[in-house]
Write a protein that binds this ligand. Structure first.
Ligand code: HEC
Ligand code: HEC
Length: 505
């Protein structure tokens, strides 16, 4: 298929038909316009079904193990100092993340306050180096977890969430399955072994100081074993009568948390309804955005699906796109030195992977701002404009728009401007890498800057907004994934989240 640009909108030349997409006036009596016909050809050529859950075995939130996992996800008892839980950075009402550019984990000024207004004791600045991704639709990942894919399926089989062939984690060498993760465990369960070992996220600086990850996990499991109410919960969750020492292990904690996360399936989007045949599910602007999104660069499209591919909108692979880097930086190399973030290179050790990050899914994207691995872009429009001119956008970001201080999270931080003196330099190093890769012919999907009119930017943003399941924007619809705020949980340490106004989330 070849697509030519006219002054207004893409015009698609099919093998036998010449169709203008400039207006919807050509709608047939069936409600299918020529624009719909063009889009359905793209949908067919991308092999999309609209339903990324097809042929997957995903748990229901009413399953006993998912129910146990929910209680574990919300307990501060898994935090070393009992002041941080998984939900601290991954609340359903906050899009499965925290609505912050960079998270605040342990030692917050107000422990149960989540989202905007959550600050550290002391200077108020966040100290976790990367943005918290959503935990929605976690069961749809087959290959990798984290921005740098440091949790990675060995065999990458499709449809099984990593359960078939072992999983590499930070506890094992690159490419080698972690012996501590049994084959059959999912990527979600493997990932859940790590936040409790991170000083900034959950562990704090005192708990099991100097001890290895497994010692930390065992200490937490032992802590829960001492509580009769947790034993009852584990016996129910695992349908077992075994004793605490047998049932309350960190392996089982991680498995239950993983099942809770995997039950958060939110894929009923306007886009999926459209692909299923409801042509009224999208506006004309959204359809035009979809055409741009799925049309290849060489056919004058925006080529977004070159990386955000398939029904889950990700190739689960790594690319340099050079969004601005802000914050303390995850580090140059494996030793976490410096305030840059080398991304995938930190795992592979290959300089070719410097500044590569995993392609995120775009499902529920309206609910998961801010964007990028450090949350440096506040809006979808900012993200789309980045692809039109990374160097110009990144330079303006720091020199014109106020850098990180323009972000909602930072508006109340005193001394904001002095926080990250190397952020601009580091961000431009990533743009340099993008340019070098392009020259070397190694940036196939993002080989050059995009040319987009303001109207086309709006169309792409409108399309992205059609990728959100309305359920994630409704507290009532999300209620099954949030424990009753009138309860305190099995150990009295359930985190009943409040917003900056003090209302329950
Ligand atoms: C202080 C905030 C914080 C807390 C607490 C926290 N996380 Fe996260 N989470 C993050 C950040 C930041 C990342 C991304 C880190 C990276 O990629 O390097 C992340 C990544 C993840 C991912 C990967 C998602 C993906 O798309 O790859 C999952 C799953 C997850 N966390 C689950 C959990 C669970 C389970 C817990 C509790 C055991 C937890 N998190 C506690 C901040 C947090
Ligand atoms: C070369 C591969 C590639 C192409 C082409 C591409 N993206 Fe991305 N996209 C990425 C990567 C990688 C990230 C993550 C960047 C980061 O974490 O800093 C990303 C991030 C995003 C995000 C933010 C997601 C989040 O959760 O933070 C959005 C929105 C997005 N892209 C939309 C688009 C649109 C729209 C297009 C087409 C104009 C596009 N992308 C083209 C690879 C690509």
């Amino acid at each position: 298929m070849k697509i030519q640009r006219t002054w207004c909108l893409p015009t698609v030349v099919l093998a036998t038909a010449f169709i203008s997409a400039c207006s919807d006036s050509s709608s047939s009596s069936s409600g299918v316009s020529e624009l719909d016909t063009n889009l359905s050809a793209l949908i067919a050529s991308e092999n999309l079904t609209g339903d990324p859950t097809t042929n997957r075995d995903l748990p229901n939130i009413t399953d006993l193990k998912a129910q146990l996992g929910m209680k574990l996800f919300y307990t501060k008892n898994l935090g070393g100092d009992q002041d941080s839980a998984c939900v601290t950075c991954h609340h359903p009402v906050l899009g499965g993340g925290d609505n912050l550019s960079l998270p605040v984990g342990v030692n917050a000024a107000s422990v149960d306050l989540l989202g905007l207004g959550r600050v550290h004791n002391g200077d108020g600045a966040p100290n976790v180096p990367r943005n918290a991704p959503t935990v929605f639709n976690l069961g749809l990942w087959d290959q990798v977890m984290f921005h740098d894919s440091r949790v990675e399926s060995i065999g990458k089989e499709s449809g099984v969430n990593g359960a078939n062939s072992g999983i590499r984690t930070p506890d094992s060498a690159f490419g080698v399955a972690d012996a501590g993760v049994a084959v059959g465990q999912t990527l979600a369960a493997a990932q859940a072994r790590f936040p409790v070992t991170s000083n900034e996220e959950m562990r704090g600086n005192v708990f099991e100081a100097g001890n290895d990850n497994d010692t930390v996990r065992t200490a937490l499991a032992t802590r829960l074993q001492g509580d009769a109410d947790w034993l009852t919960e584990f016996q129910t969750g695992f349908s077992s009568t075994a004793d605490a020492a047998t049932l309350i292990t960190y392996d089982n904690i991680a498995e239950a948390i993983g099942e809770y996360e995997r039950s958060m399936v939110f894929t009923n989007t306007p886009w999926s309804a459209y692909v299923a045949g409801n042509t009224a599910a999208l506006t004309e602007t959204q359809k035009l955005g979809a055409v741009l999104f799925f049309t290849a660069r060489e056919d004058s499209g925006a080529g977004c699906s070159g990386c955000h591919s398939g029904d889950f909108f990700t190739d689960e692979s790594h690319h340099v796109v050079a969004f601005p880097l802000i914050g303390n930086g995850k580090g140059n190399v494996n030793a976490s030195a410096g305030n840059d973030d080398f991304g995938r290179e930190r795992e592979t050790g290959d300089v070719a992977d410097r500044y590569k990050f995993r392609t995120p899914t775009l499902l529920n994207i309206s609910a998961t701002a801010p964007y990028g691995h450090t949350g440096s872009y506040q809006t979808l429009e900012d993200v789309v404009r980045h692809y039109t001119n990374p160097r110009g956008q990144v330079t303006d970001y720091f020199d014109v728009d106020g850098g990180w201080c323009q972000l909602t999270q930072f508006t109340t931080v005193t001394g904001c401007a002095a926080l990250y003196p190397d952020a601009r330099t580091n961000s431009l190093l990533a743009v340099d890498k993008l340019d070098a890769d392009r020259l070397a012919g190694e940036s196939e999907e993002f080989a050059s800057d995009l040319t987009l009119s303001d109207e086309q930017v709006n169309q792409l943003v409108a399309f992205l907004e059609a990728l959100t399941d309305p359920c994630v924007e409704s507290r009532t619809c999300l209620a099954p994934w949030i424990p009753d705020t009138a309860d305190a949980g099995p150990d009295g340490l359930q985190l009943n989240a409040v917003n900056a106004d003090g209302s329950f989330l």
